[in-house]
Each structure stands twice: as structure tokens, then as C-alpha cells.
Design a binder for this molecule. Structure first.
Ligand code: AMP
Ligand code: MG
Length: 408
């Protein structure tokens, strides 16, 4: 009987994929359309609004991949060749005089008339300064041809690309000083719960320090968002209304702590006065209750309050939602299959995200997986995903999602 009841309950829960698809559909319907032009130094973590198109060939001219000698390869088999010029990176060479070679250094332009470069290690420099080439040479060797990386006119980065150090360096190679990026979504961060006090304040009886606010504010910055710190919402309807009324130019209201249907749920009451709010019961652990809706047309996402529930639901659901609103196409974190370093004898009705580390290639769990224990996530390198209804034995494959995939 118990098993049947559990199974029925399991079916009533919304699968993680469905919740994600719903959120992404909402995100596509509310794209951030405004863009701004920023210097490369300020684009890290932002989303490219227009494709980056090369305005020049890369490299712009053929250049040497080695320190050595540039020559016509047909000349290598004859008499030793005199050195007619020395070409350093940053110099513009003269055309190569026939029957000579040019001393050349890595990155220097290959002179017109030369068709190969021989490494300095493979030549013999005679006492009279001439150079003997010991091996047969082939045309093009050790030359990086013009346009080998990119041709002028090619799209190098698509709109919707997330910009990090590599993409920004790529823009720099093309001589681009500024990029057009999507405006940062403004996300109001609300922590609900009368038990909360901020670090630095005295801790009264029954109180705990607010950790979700810090988690979300730091994380949002990394996702190209602008957090708007609303602080702790007291359990008071008038104050909650006043707080909401003060919000301006917000793209998402993000709250933590149960926005439910309970009597003391003042945020839920106030939000419903000027909008609608759905409670989704997700097949996810930690993190079952999640609310989504709109207040005065502004999307609202209510995450559960337990620190690891906030972490898991933000990472797996809010993160892709916020990236998609910025126009990012691929919002799925990379996961790898690794052998489980643990037994999982009892199948759950919810998909579990366990805080884990890789030890000798196996996923090993933090001993306390309680949703209140944030230390588990600080210890962990990733989340192990155990699908609903599944049992595992040591060695069975499990999906491991590195935390680094979610945090950036
Ligand atoms: P709730 O989702 O409001 O039922 O909260 C679940 C648990 O998370 C409770 O133990 C809360 O005290 C705790 N919690 C809620 N919000 C926060 C927060 N901002 N920081 C730390 N813990 C919190
Ligand atoms: Mg609460």
C-alpha cells in the first residue's frame, strides 16, 4: 500500500525537464532586447548581441612558425646560401633576393619570394656566414599562411555567445575594441523569512544568518545579471507591499524561502494581489517547491529556502532561464558519466542531486546530504544526478555535473 501511495505521489510531481522547458518557454517570450556597446575589458560574462565578423584575414600575412631561415625550397639542395636579411617580428621584410635565404624569427612576416622556413636546429651555419640546409624542404613548411585561422567576412562568434576570456581574446585578435552585448537583466533578490538576519547583525533566539542572498548575488553577477539587493522581507503584509511597490525596472523577482499558499506567506499574498503565481511541485531533491508567475507583468521565480535547495534549483532552473532571456542558445550544463563510488539501494520518487567529488575517477558523496547543509556543496566538485526510480551499485554509471559548469 505504501509503495502505491509513493508511486502515485511521484507521478503528481513535475519532472525537472518539464519545469525547465516551461521556464525556457517563458524566457523566450520575455527576451532582453536592449543592447549596449562595451569595451572588451567590461564584457566578461556578458552575452554577445550581434555576431562578431572578421574585418581582416588572420593572420593578416604569411608568417614564420619557427625561429630559422626563410628561403625558396628549390634553393636548399644547391650550394650553401648567403643570408640577405634578418627579419624580426614586427618588421616589414624586403622581397627575398634570389639565391639567398633570410634569417627569420617566430611571428615575423615571410618575405615575398620565400616559400618555406627551415628550423635553425636543422641548418649548419658556415664560418663565412652562409647557411647549409641538411634536409630536403617542402613548400609551405613552417609557414602560417595568410587567413589560415580566419578569412575577412567570416562570422567568428554568433550572437548569443557568452563572452569569457577566450572569446574576448579572439575579438582582440581581430582588432575589435568594443562589443555589442545584451543589457544585464536586473534581478531583484528577496530573502523571505522572519528567522533571517544579515551577517554582522546579532543573532537572536531562533534566528539564522541569511546565506541565500549572498549565494544569489554573487552567482547572478557571474551570469551577466545585475542583482538588485532587496534584503530580508519581514513577515508583514504592509512592508511586503511597500517593498514590491518600490521595485523599478526589474526583469525578474527572485525570492528564496517558501512562497506558498500558507497564511504567513506575505510575499505570496502581495504578489498575487497584482499578478498570478503557480506553485510547482517538482520531482527534484533537494528543492521540491518552486513558484513561478508574474507580478505587474514582471516574472517572479520563487526558490525554496534551504541553502542547497536554493543552490540546486537556481543552478538547474533559474540559471538556464536567465541565460535564455539574454539570448543564449545552449544553456545545458555539461555532464559526464562516471562510475558511482557509492550504493544507492532505495529508488526515490524525485530526481536527486547529490553533492559529490571525483575520487580515483569515481563519484563519492558528502556524508551528509541534508538540504540544509551548505558545507556539502563547498566540499563538492559537482552534483551527481540520480534519476527518479533508480537504484545504483558501486561502479554503475551516473551523470556528474561539475559545479564549475553551473556557477559560470
Ligand atoms: P522555507 O523554504 O522558507 O520553508 O525554508 C526552508 C529552510 O531554509 C528553513 O530552515 C529556513 O530557515 C531556511 N532558509 C530560508 N531562507 C534562507 C536564507 N535566505 N538563508 C539561509 N537559510 C534560509
Ligand atoms: Mg521560510
Amino acid at each position: 500500500m505504501k509503495a502505491v501511495a509513493e508511486a502515485t505521489q511521484g507521478r503528481a510531481l513535475m519532472p525537472v525537464e518539464e519545469a525547465l522547458q516551461r521556464l525556457l518557454t517563458f524566457a523566450v517570450a520575455a527576451p532582453i532586447r536592449e543592447t549596449e556597446s562595451l569595451a572588451l575589458a567590461h564584457c566578461d560574462g556578458r552575452v554577445l548581441a550581434q555576431p562578431l565578423v572578421a574585418s581582416l584575414d588572420l593572420p593578416p600575412w604569411p608568417n614564420s612558425a619557427m625561429d630559422g631561415y626563410a628561403l625558396r625550397c628549390a634553393d636548399a639542395s644547391g650550394e650553401p646560401l648567403p643570408v640577405s636579411q634578418r627579419i624580426f617580428a614586427g618588421q616589414a621584410p624586403a622581397p627575398l633576393q634570389p639565391g639567398t635565404c633570410a634569417r627569420i624569427f617566430t611571428g615575423a612576416p615571410v618575405p615575398e619570394g620565400a616559400d618555406c622556413v627551415e628550423m635553425q636546429e636543422n641548418v649548419e651555419v658556415l664560418d663565412d656566414g652562409r647557411v647549409r640546409f641538411a634536409r630536403p624542404l617542402t613548400a609551405g613548411q613552417n609557414i602560417r599562411p595568410q587567413g589560415q585561422e580566419t578569412r575577412a567576412g567570416e562570422e567568428v562568434l554568433a550572437a548569443g555567445t557568452r563572452l569569457g576570456p577566450i572569446e574576448l581574446a579572439l575579438a582582440a585578435t581581430l582588432g575589435v575594441p568594443t562589443l555589442s552585448v545584451v543589457r544585464r537583466p536586473r534581478v531583484a533578490v528577496l530573502s523571505t523569512g522572519d528567522e533571517l538576519v544579515e551577517p554582522g547583525e546579532p543573532l537572536g533566539p531562533g534566528q539564522i544568518f541569511n546565506s541565500n542572498r549572498q549565494l544569489l548575488i554573487s552567482w547572478l553577477e557571474r551570469l551577466g545579471c545585475e542583482p538588485v539587493d532587496v534584503g530580508i522581507l519581514a513577515d508583514d503584509l504592509a512592508q511586503t507591499r511597500a517593498c514590491l511597490a518600490g521595485l523599478r525596472g526589474i526583469d525578474l523577482i527572485l525570492s528564496t524561502g517558501g512562497v506558498s499558499v500558507g497564511e504567513a506567506d506575505y510575499l505570496g499574498i502581495a504578489l498575487r494581489e497584482a499578478g498570478e503565481l503557480d506553485l510547482w511541485k517538482l520531482a527534484i531533491k533537494p528543492g521540491k517547491p518552486l513558484t513561478f508567475g508574474h507580478w505587474q507583468g514582471v516574472p517572479v521565480l520563487g526558490l525554496p529556502g534551504n541553502p542547497t535547495s536554493t543552490l540546486v534549483t537556481f543552478g538547474l532552473l533559474a540559471r538556464p532561464y536567465l541565460l535564455r532571456r539574454q539570448g543564449v542558445d545552449d544553456v545545458t550544463p555539461l555532464g559526464v558519466d562516471v562510475p558511482a563510488g557509492f550504493d544507492w539501494p532505495r529508488a526515490g520518487t524525485r530526481r536527486e542531486y547529490l553533492r559529490a567529488r571525483l575520487e580515483s575517477g569515481q563519484a563519492c558523496l558528502y556524508p551528509n546530504q541534508s538540504s540544509g547543509v551548505l558545507r556539502s556543496a563547498a566540499w563538492a566538485e559537482g552534483l551527481v544526478e540520480v534519476p527518479e526510480g533508480q537504484t545504483l551499485q558501486v561502479g554503475d554509471p551516473v551523470r556528474f555535473i561539475p559545479l564549475s559548469e553551473l556557477l559560470g
